[in-house]
Design a protein around this ligand. Structure first.
Ligand code: PA5
Length: 461
């Protein structure tokens, strides 16, 4: 299990003004938290609640289907190219970066045990797309296009480019190089997939993009590059069972949700920094930023009051950002809560040679890089605490599929509980839809003519 340590948010350590009386708050909120947990679990099967992500860990059928397809195609392709954006990409990137060997795409075939390389295109920078097309051999590439709505302009435009290039290079065979992950019935991509006869996987109903990493959205790319998705899902299931505990004293997602909520609403700390001390976990911060921002940044609460609330998530990585952001965290405004992620045991050990012994760098010789990164994490934590800056630490025994499943699922549940505490709709994203609709209007999509006229007028001002 993950370890969670929140003692550095307590008043006894960082002082009354900045810290919380945790025991008092946990006791005071225990009933409310229990009610939230019970409600989430009892509502999760009801259509329209957008809580189906809480069932994904138990979806053995998808695991089986994805594994079967991956086994069938894996050795036919040298490259997997994932097209998607936001929730259709960030979980995939985060898990692949965490669980594949570093520099996976640069390893040779033998080092990759004949598994494909994986590329994610989650932007529409023409130089980047053209650059990737120059290095990818499309004859050896499987394109996994992922969009729940089936219409997102970024993803569909990338897909249209790739589909055409594939057809030019492969003739009619191009279809075998495309696998689409989208809604079961609705959307343009579903319609195109049916017409063109692509292999497809389903983004289940009532699973929002940012909560979709354990559906085929994530599982398919993971299985294609050989990540043990059964272990990943075991981590999700075990964490789900642990987080059904309605006693906040034994529920780490509830604890961190409440801590963040109280720090924001009582202590003015509305910035949540995610700072893993591991380069492999760097993109988990990107995923967390989207999860936290899109879920909790809302204009109205559930009672219809205008609230314009939401903590701002920030990504950082240790030790790198000690030399970039920590000055601000220590001495700037005391408006943040820092989430450290620590790894007890790295996969490898790297010793620093005993050279330059008679210089100021000599003390490093004979130590390991592992000791150094952990010492730096300890040092930063103590320094922040000295400056009375609240911080919590999540510790993973190792980086493996089981623990990554646990970590991401814990953060999803934490987000859902925080949303209930803020009394907002965690699962919608009207602000994202607004910008999407303006894009459709600007690009001349049928049905958006009126918005286009208003937009042109606003832009001319
Ligand atoms: O979390 C979300 O809902 C969004 O970030 C979406 O994932 C993102 O906008 C992409 O949408 P779609 O999967 O429909 O292309």
């Amino acid at each position: 299990m993950l370890e969670f340590n929140c003692k550095n948010v307590s008043a006894s350590i960082i002082g009354e003004e900045q810290g919380l009386d945790l025991e008092k708050e946990f006791n005071q909120y225990n009933d409310k938290i229990a009610k939230i947990i019970n409600e989430l679990n009892s509502k999760k099967d009801k259509p329209g609640q957008w809580l189906q992500w809480m069932n994904l860990g138990y979806n053995e059928e998808t695991v089986w289907l994805v594994k079967e397809y991956a086994a069938m195609v894996q050795d036919r392709f040298e490259n997997i190219l994932v097209l998607g954006i936001g929730g259709s990409a960030l979980g995939g990137i985060a898990v692949c970066e965490a669980l594949l060997k570093p520099y996976w795409n640069l390893l040779n075939q033998e080092q990759r045990e004949n598994l494909p390389r994986i590329f994610f295109l989650d932007n529409i920078d023409p130089d980047q797309i053209n650059g990737l097309l120059e290095v990818l051999d499309l004859k050896k590439t499987l394109v996994n296009v992922i969009t729940k709505s089936g219409s997102t302009a970024e993803t569909m435009s990338q897909f249209m480019i790739l589909r055409n290039k594939l057809e030019q290079e492969l003739g009619d065979d191009y279809r075998k190089h495309i696998v689409a992950t989208t809604d079961q019935n609705a959307g343009i991509l579903r319609q195109i997939s049916n017409e063109e006869g692509y292999k497809t996987f389903v983004v289940p109903d009532d699973v929002g993009g940012r909560f979709s990493v354990f559906s085929a959205v994530g599982l398919l790319p993971f299985a294609l590059v050989g990540i043990d998705i059964e272990e990943l899902m075991q981590g999700v299931k075990d964490m789900d069972l642990a987080l059904k505990n309605t006693d906040i004293h034994h529920n780490i997602a509830a604890q961190n949700a409440l801590i963040h909520y109280l720090m924001d609403t009582q202590k003015g700390k509305n910035i949540s920094v995610m700072m893993p001390y591991s380069s492999r976990l760097k993109y988990i911060s990107d995923w967390y930023v989207q999860l936290w921002a899109e879920s909790l940044g809302k204009s109205h609460d559930l009672d219809g009051n205008k609230v314009n609330i939401g903590p701002t998530p920030v990504k950082a990585v240790g030790a790198t950002d000690q030399h970039s952001q920590i000055q601000l965290y220590n001495e700037g405004p005391n408006n943040k809560i820092i989430n450290f992620i620590r790894v007890k045991e790295f996969d490898t050990t790297l010793e620093i040679p005993r050279i330059f012994e008679f210089t100021g760098a000599g003390y490093l010789g004979g130590k390991t890089i592992n000791e150094l990164i952990n010492a730096e994490a300890d040092a930063t934590k103590v320094a922040l605490t000295d400056y009375q800056r609240p911080n919590v630490t999540i510790t993973l025994e190792k980086i493996n599929p089981y623990n990554i499943g646990q970590l991401l699922y814990m953060l999803e549940v934490q987000t859902a509980i925080a949303g209930e505490l803020y009394n907002i709709n965690t699962f919608n994203q009207p602000g994202v839809e607004q910008a999407k609709n303006y894009t459709y209007a600007l690009m001349g999509r049928a049905g958006y003519e009126e918005s286009a006229a208003t937009l042109q007028e606003k832009m001319a001002r």
